[in-house]
Design a protein. Sequence first.
Length: 353
Amino acid sequence: MSKLFNIRFTWPVPVLLGGLLIALTANAAEPASLREAAQARGKLVGFAMFGKPGLDAKYDETAVREFNVVVCENAMKFGCVCPAARGQYDFSVPDAIVGFAQTNKVKVRGHCLVWHFQQPNWFSRGEWSKHEMGDILHEHIRTMLTHYKGKVFAWDVVNEAISDSKDPHEIYRKDNYYDVLGPEYLDMAFRWAHETDPQARLIYNEYGTEFGGVKFEKMYQMLKGMKARGVPVDGVGLQMHIGLGAKNQTQKLGSTIRKLGELGLEVQITELDVAIDLPCDDKKLQTQAKIFGDIAATAMEEKACTALLMWGFTDKHSWLPQFSNGKRGCGLIFDEQYRPKPAYSAMLKAMTK
Ligand code: XIL
């Protein structure tokens, strides 16, 4: 004991301080993971989980090491959670994902309650009156938010409601919700979600709006109107399914986030991937890394941006090849063997202060 005591005090103070400084700077310069880097900046960094936990140990390990928020890639969608008949919910897969997240202190985003795609057949093929469809939607929102109350901190309440038309006056996508309920379905959905779980952050999620343009303007006006009517919308999800062409556009992301922030909305980047036209090569990977790095830096710097999630993390499990007939892929930050790609290092660097 006395020997230890002696040793401690025989080290000159400047050496001790110097050592401490090196330890601190080494730590600051090199967080062990994206999760650690994001935590230090008070932000969330995350991924969409394909399938469910327990299928591949390497996948699960990498996920909890790197991320502090998860979203189900498919499991919470209407068509997945309620496939067979009205009122018959099967929560087994999303519950497994939520349980895995809780065990590993990872937050959960909910995706998504109202969407034109991946609806159950019993619903999309049905003929509904306005009253019936309103009832079904209300019931679905109430069921989901009751089941996940206190477990899902943010919900994509409405996904992809804005029309892709270049016509600035054509605001809404003409899907079955719009056709039967009219544009009021958006306000209704947010109000119903808020009435069931007043604590949840309620998000409007959209693609193709991150760098401004006609579609962004439509979304902005729609959200401004909702805010003015007192609709409980808390934030916007920018999906960000982009490609290498985004290289010269990333500087526009900051102003998009600030404009939405000025409306009193938080911004979450919800589905980032940077698709590459296959085959992939080193040059393309470097361009991709630059894009991921720029976006991560903006997400960290902009106060209104609270989260950055990618639509997966390993190229082994990505929707891109399947959705482009094998033409595009390689859009995430780990390769198929779970090795970090240049995009991973660029993100880590950009997120480290
Ligand atoms: C995709 C999934 O990744 C696929 O597995 C599924 O077959 C179709 O949907 N925008 C969204 C996501 O909001 O839900 C989509 O996910 C990708 C585009």
